[in-house]
Write a protein that binds this ligand. Structure first.
Ligand SMILES: *[C@@H]1O[C@H](CO)[C@@H](O)[C@H](O)[C@H]1NC(C)=O
Ligand SMILES: *[C@@H]1O[C@H](CO)[C@@H](O)[C@H](O)[C@H]1NC(C)=O
Ligand SMILES: *[C@@H]1O[C@H](CO)[C@@H](O)[C@H](O)[C@H]1NC(C)=O
Ligand SMILES: *[C@@H]1O[C@H](CO)[C@@H](O)[C@H](O)[C@H]1NC(C)=O
Ligand SMILES: *[C@@H]1O[C@H](CO)[C@@H](O)[C@H](O)[C@H]1NC(C)=O
Length: 340
């Protein structure tokens, strides 16, 4: 049964009809979550944790291992599954890379010359309609696989192109990304999920765009918004209070240095030290209402199975290791996933 409180108006008109977003009842401010995009969940082992509602997992891990969806819903019937995909770049592990992107002329420079580990990811010309349509097909795929929403990453390529420095190769502006993401949102909101709600779509980082996207999108996912990992850079948690103010969840990730070993991904059972715990977990005015997780800083451990929660606000508690299996990450894509 729909309750009117869960019907949000996106506040803009599409073809004369006011877009209405029917949000799952438990998708509320402060809802607990988990994010794992490094490795694939191991569905042969018990699900941990079972007390989080929202799971943010890689779209193409789900495409390759579609039984993950049933695993989550069986172990935790209230699961809201958000599927992560790279909206700003294409990479050779994407299921649609060979069928669409590789020889398309739509790929520009690598992600960042200073981060060579990501040199298989290239900035997409998101001004081009074909590129937009292909990204929308990823949302269609997510919908068909049973995802309840999408987390489109890397919508801040304009930062690379600031001052005409040709970082992406495409001279992309904030306007270009607002137009692109708004088009993705219109498409997501036109879809109904397997759980009979509107397909949700979030904002990933890109603080400069909050004013123009928070009325259009349904949640936000932030990395290092307190700037604990990159001290000296301006903190940007506060900008996302615009989402909280309109009852939309903000999922924040902090990357403390003492949670685990970046090389092996091994998790410290007692979690981070007291100082990092408080720096990462303490709610300040800027982070009021956020849903925080702590993740290992860097390497193969980053955004993987080692997580510390802030629930209870007691250092040394809240560490959870989710069962994952890296051997499942790169198995063949099913034919359907290469078409969408
Ligand atoms: C929603 O949350 C409430 C309160 O936490 C819980 O009792 C209920 O089972 C949840 N519903 C679903 C569908 O997860
Ligand atoms: C967009 O990219 C496609 C594929 O490379 C190309 O055929 C098309 O001409 C491009 N559109 C524009 C307007 O440049
Ligand atoms: C843009 O960057 C590419 C790759 O770094 C380079 O080959 C090209 O010459 C640059 N274009 C301009 C207009 O600077
Ligand atoms: C979930 O339960 C684990 C114990 O299994 C606990 O450590 C963690 O803090 C809980 N997480 C949330 C978000 O409540
Ligand atoms: C967690 O991931 C690491 C790699 O980052 C792996 O070595 C470890 O076996 C995984 N733990 C579980 C419980 O799956």
């Amino acid at each position: 049964m729909k309750h009117s409180a869960y019907l949000r108006t996106a506040g803009f008109f599409i073809c004369g009809a006011l877009a209405q977003v029917d949000v799952p009842p438990n998708f509320t401010v402060g809802v607990p979550w988990q994010i794992i995009i490094q490795n694939t969940l191991d569905v042969t082992r018990p699900l941990q944790p079972t007390n989080v509602t929202v799971w943010d997992l890689d779209l193409y891990h789900i495409a390759r291992n579609p039984n993950t969806v049933e695993y989550l819903r069986t172990n935790n019937p209230g699961t809201i599954l958000v599927c992560y995909f790279n909206a700003g770049l294409a990479q050779d592990t994407d299921c649609d890379y060979d069928t669409k992107w590789r020889n398309s002329g739509l790929l520009g420079n690598i992600y960042d010359p200073e981060e060579p580990e990501f040199n298989n990811e290239r900035w997409v010309n998101i001004k081009n309609q074909t590129a937009r349509d292909w990204m929308k097909q990823r949302i269609t795929l997510a919908n068909q696989l049973g995802c309840d929403g999408v987390d489109p990453d890397n919508i801040d390529g304009y930062l690379r192109d600031a001052d005409g420095n040709n970082g992406t190769w495409w001279d992309l502006s904030q306007d270009d990304y607002v137009s692109f993401v708004t088009e993705l949102a219109t498409h997501a909101h036109s879809l109904t999920t397997s759980q009979s709600h509107t397909m949700l779509i979030g904002q990933k980082n890109a603080r400069e765009l909050v004013g123009r996207l928070s009325g259009v999108l349904d949640f936000a996912v932030l990395e290092d918004c307190k700037r604990l990992r990159e001290p000296g850079e301006p903190a940007f948690c506060r900008d996302f209070q615009a989402y909280i103010a309109t009852e939309k969840p903000v999922f924040s990730i902090e990357y403390p240095s003492t949670l685990g070993d970046p090389e092996t991904g091994a998790c410290n059972a007692r979690g981070v030290d007291d100082t990092e715990y408080h720096n990462s977990c303490d709610t300040i005015q800027d982070t009021a209402g956020f849903s925080p997780v702590l993740k290992i800083q860097g390497g193969d451990g980053e955004l993987n199975n080692c997580t510390q929660y802030c629930t209870g606000m007691v250092p040394g508690t809240g560490v959870v290791v989710t069962a994952t299996n890296p051997e499942l990450d790169g198995i063949d894509c099913p034919p359907g996933a290469t078409e969408y």
